[in-house]
Write a protein that binds this ligand. Structure first.
Ligand code: NAD
Length: 500
């Protein structure tokens, strides 16, 4: 019998059980017999302990010089590199994505850590001339305090890194709650930060459900801001809780992304992009290309090749290096995907591939679904408008670039979009007209790099961008400072400064 591992919360530099002593199970979505471990089922009291610890730690951490904070982060980045393979295995076991992608997820955390650690010696402010003599003006970034961070399960290490690392470099302390399905990757990350020497209380992890641990973190009076990535429905409740407290909140939410394939496109390249965008991470990416709009002139050709290519994808356990598509994260998500397939059929879209839950043989202990393609769909169908978050792609025939753009922008979300064309004029028109936070030319809708802003418009976001040069904007505020060395009272806008 293998020993069951129990993982604890990380509060004030200690690994501790939650006050109720209750735990929840984390099982492998590819094989429900495989118990990854037991995790703390925390409640408001545990969240309060973590926030109080973070609040105390903030008084010292904010004054510790940013280049010194960076040194600890560089050390953490180095440890992540050394343990990348082990962490990728853990991630595939708890989340299901194929090992290659889990390695990419850890790599993203490494990239983010090194990129942001560099800010320790930059974090530039501005100086500006004053309108009055003998007066100096500048603006500097200041930290916010305790940042409450809430993350989803689809990028179990990358997304926490987008939040924790920029928050820390700015001088904030953090309390983070991982998704129920993937707490181990965050335990691994916090162990790395501990080993790197981050002082007690600066980083705190509280695992548990959205209602019992997430909601108390959002409403806690001592969390100075909330950064949330997850569904639009939950994001809206976060916003509603924060608003009466005037608590800044940063939201990254759902997506319904589109690839537009024009009649002059390199079809093979577009097919590869659509397969990767639609079925990578089993379609469970906020940037997944769940819609493909194809010009009617090449529609048949594209659909044939797309279906042929997707048919070859191998579904199975992500730890097997020969597998292309891992499982769906959990039973309820599998059910939701399956429900959307039935909706698509009822709406009259033509099922060109897949459509079924896989239940037999190697699939019987996990949550697997066939790669599924609907064709000849109408853009007003629910499968073309709503986020499915699974291996289901809807192909839409269009007559022109203008129609593709109209269809592309017709959804409530605005995260990523892409165009395949050889015509630079058309590419530029689409680049300008698509109202999404991310746009690609001759590439799929997935492939964001950490040093560019990440986020979306409309129901995907609330005006912020994380990562990139904008990362610090989420986790700091500006302070404008005026230093008058004239020795007298000077009144801006009122005093006349004589021409000499
Ligand atoms: P989710 O909204 O169900 O959960 C996200 C997190 O919020 C989890 O940690 C959950 O426990 C917590 N939570 C749930 N209810 C809460 C509440 N009332 N108060 C506070 N916290 C609560 O989302 P999910 O299923 O984990 O993730 C999938 C969703 O995330 C998809 O919609 C996807 O598009 C989105 N996502 C967006 C991005 C992006 O950057 N835009 C990135 C990845 C995932």
């Amino acid at each position: 019998m293998t020993k069951i591992r129990t993982f604890k919360n990380f509060i004030d530099g200690q690994w501790v059980a939650c006050r109720s002593g209750q735990t929840f199970e984390n099982r492998n979505p590819a094989n429900q017999d495989d118990l990854v471990g037991l995790f703390q089922n925390s409640s408001a009291e545990d969240v309060n302990d973590a926030v109080e610890a973070a609040s105390r730690a903030y008084q010292k951490w904010r004054l510790y010089p940013a280049p010194k904070r960076a040194e600890l982060l560089y050390r953490a980045g180095q440890i992540l590199i050394e343990r990348k393979e082990e962490f990728a295995h853990d991630m595939t076991r708890e989340m299901g994505k194929v090992l290659k992608e889990s390695r990419g997820d850890v790599q993203e955390a490494i990239d983010m850590t090194f990129f942001i650690a560099g800010e320790g010696r930059r974090m530039y402010g501005h100086t500006a001339p004053s309108e009055l003599p003998n007066k100096f003006a500048m603006s500097v970034r200041i930290p916010l305090g305790v940042c409450g961070l809430i993350t989803p399960w689809n990028f179990p290490m990358a997304i926490p890194s987008w939040k924790m690392i920029p928050a820390l470099i700015c001088g904030n302390t953090v309390v983070i709650k991982p998704a129920e399905d993937t707490p181990l990757s965050l335990v691994n990350f916090c162990q790395v930060l501990e080993e790197a020497g981050i002082p007690p209380g600066v980083v705190n992890l509280v695992s548990g459900s959205g209602n019992d641990a997430g909601a108390p973190l959002v409403r806690h009076p001592k969390t100075a801001m909330i950064s949330f990535t997850g569904s639009t429905a939950v994001g809206r409740t976060v916003a509603a809780t924060c608003a009466p407290q005037n608590k800044p909140h940063h939201l990254e939410m759902g997506g319904k992304n589109i690839i537009m394939v024009l009649d002059d496109a390199n079809i093979d390249l577009a097919v590869e992009g659509a397969v990767w965008g639609g079925f990578g991470t089993t379609g469970q990416r906020c940037t997944a290309a769940s819609r493909v709009a194809v010009h009617k002139k090449i529609y048949k050709e594209f659909v044939n090749r797309f279906v042929r290519h997707a048919k070859r994808l191998r579904v199975g356990e992500g730890l097997n290096e020969k597998i292309d598509l891992g499982p769906i994260i959990n039973a309820s998500q599998l059910e939701s995907v399956s429900r959307y397939v039935q909706i698509g059929k009822r709406e009259g879209a033509k099922l060109a591939l897949g459509g079924d839950v896989l239940r037999k043989g190697i699939y019987k202990k996990g949550f697997f679904h066939e790669p599924t393609i609907f064709i000849d769909a109408d853009p007003r169908m629910r499968i073309a408008l709503e986020e499915i978050f699974g291996p289901v792609v809807t192909v839409l025939p269009v007559n022109s670039l203008e129609e593709a753009i109209e269809v592309g922008n017709s959804v409530e979300y605005g995260l990523a979009s892409s165009i395949y064309t050889q015509n630079v004029d058309q590419a530029f028109v689409a680049m300008r007209e698509m109202y999404t936070g991310i746009f690609y030319v001759n590439a799929s809708t997935i492939g964001a790099e950490v040093h560019l802003p990440f986020g979306g418009t409309k129901a995907t976001g609330n005006g912020h961008r994380e990562a990139g040069h904008t990362a610090l904007d989420v986790f700091s505020e500006w302070k404008s400072i005026y230093i008058d060395f004239s020795g007298k009272l000077q009144k801006a806008q009122i005093d006349q400064v004589e021409v000499y």
